[in-house]
Design a protein. Structure first.
Length: 244
């Protein structure tokens, strides 16, 4: 039930942004980045320590992390791939787009290895671990490097998409999760707090990496991540006070 609440609240927040983006003609790529910033939570860097401190169990964020990596990310990156050069390729190549994206392949391969109970040999695993340990610092460095010289958050040409994505991420998604968890699934106490806290986590920094890679919505991602991260502090405190 908690995973269903996460999936449904994610879809609700992203769906609202997509609907507004379609009406305002923000473009498919830009709207996709904005939808991610509205619903894709920072389940790793912030989710794990917050789950351990506020909820008392870091493993509670694992389903959210997996859902984002094996469902949300492949779908979103496939859309971004197809709206670029991929949309002009042959049909068979477009159908295989998800299987050619390294992020989707990596996530799905990890799930396959884990589900099958396989053990990756040490000589193969060690270089992969080395690269993986570099990824989070590299993402944070890239995000920090992009901040100096940029316009004040929420005041540039992406003002309206930024404000909408931040509102959905900081308020809309937690409220949707609370309504679904309490009203539809009847969750109370700790389970209700779990799903609302995880849904109130800010937008993940790796969304800026996706925007930079596809060269679309970079300022939108940068400003949305920064503002939602700042707002997450009072929002999480309020949720803990009301539901904890």
């Amino acid at each position: 039930s908690r995973l269903l609440v996460t999936a449904m609240s994610t879809a609700a927040a992203a769906g609202v942004f997509v609907a507004v983006g379609a009406v305002r003609h923000w473009g498919v790529g830009r709207t996709t980045i904005g939808a991610l910033c509205s619903s894709y939570v920072n389940s790793g860097n912030l989710g794990i320590p917050i789950a351990a401190y506020v909820l008392g169990d870091a493993s509670l964020v694992a389903p959210v992390l997996l859902f984002q990596q094996i469902v949300v990310t492949p779908v979103a990156l496939t859309v971004l791939d197809l709206t670029g050069a991929g949309e002009k390729g042959p049909l068979w190549r477009r159908l295989l787009t998800p299987l050619r994206n390294p992020i989707a392949v990596g996530a799905l391969s990890g799930v396959l290895v884990s589900a099958a109970g396989w053990t990756v040999p040490g000589p193969v695993m060690e270089p992969l671990t080395l690269i993986a340990n570099m990824s989070v610092p590299a993402v944070l460095l890239a995000f920090g490097i992009a901040l100096p010289g940029s316009a004040a958050p929420g005041r540039g040409r992406d003002r309206h998409p930024v404000l909408l994505s931040v509102a959905l991420k900081s308020l809309g998604q937690p409220m949707a999760a609370w309504a679904l968890a309490a009203g539809v699934f009847g969750l109370r106490g700790a389970p209700l707090l779990d799903v609302v806290v995880t849904s109130a986590l800010p937008a993940a920094q790796n969304l800026f990496t996706y925007a930079s890679r596809y060269q679309v919505g970079e300022s939108l991602a940068r400003e949305s991540i920064l503002l939602s991260t700042l707002l997450s502090v009072p929002v999480l405190v309020a949720i803990a006070a009301l539901l904890g």
